[in-house]
Write a protein of this length. Structure first.
Length: 211
């Protein structure tokens, strides 16, 4: 995970956890005024650094570590893009751009040396994003260059037609020190959302443009 996501991450295993892995910032408040990091520190005597990510999963959920890594990256991207720092209208295309960046990075030398199997990683990543976008689970062409623009939402179609470049793994992780989740999110906003050649277009719903 350190090679994929630069933010410090704590992974907790929970017996009986039947849900997909949950990725969330430590400062999220399950109860008003009480952060998740404080709860874990109090109840489990765990060290959860400020600005870090917390992942909760079933210990038996991931027999394939490469697929597990892709699944967790997908969950983290959903959480990061939904933090409210990106324009709502751009969230779909930004998520697609970041997903594409990790999809391409799966075959890079750095991850290959760590034993990441690209097909399994991409399967885990795509499964999370296809579920989010309510596409069929067997859709393995989510980031395929041959994907027909007619079959995808307007925001991602706009992204593909503009042929914007997805950032590299090195660019995503280029920090002198371990960043907080907010710092990493702002870096992603600069890399993907701050492209000066990018023009936001409101999606059309019938004959009405919603901005």
């Amino acid at each position: 995970m350190r090679a994929l996501v630069p933010v410090q991450t704590s992974i907790f295993e929970m017996q009986g956890w039947s849900l997909d892995p949950a990725a969330m910032p430590e400062d999220v408040e399950p109860f008003p005024g009480i952060s998740l990091g404080d709860i874990l520190a109090e109840e489990l005597d765990a060290v959860v650094p400020y600005g870090s990510l917390v992942i909760i999963r079933n210990p038996n959920a991931f027999p394939n570590l490469s697929k597990a890594a892709g699944t967790l990256v997908g969950e983290i991207l959903l959480r990061v893009v939904g933090r409210g720092l990106f324009p709502l209208i751009d969230e779909d295309s930004l998520l697609y751009a970041l997903g594409l960046a990790y999809y391409r990075a799966a075959s890079c030398d750095e991850l290959s040396k760590l034993g990441v199997e690209p097909t399994a990683f991409r399967s885990g990543l795509s499964a999370v994003l296809t579920k989010y976008w309510a596409r069929p689970c067997e859709d393995i062409g989510l980031f395929s260059p041959s994907l027909s623009p007619r079959n995808i939402p307007a925001q991602r179609r706009d992204f593909i037609e503009r042929n914007l470049a997805a950032p590299s793994l090195a660019a995503l992780n280029d920090f002198d020190a371990i960043p907080t989740l907010n710092q990493w999110t702002m870096k992603l906003k600069m890399l993907v959302g701050g492209n000066p050649g990018r023009i936001t277009q409101p999606p059309l719903h019938g004959n009405v443009g919603i901005a």
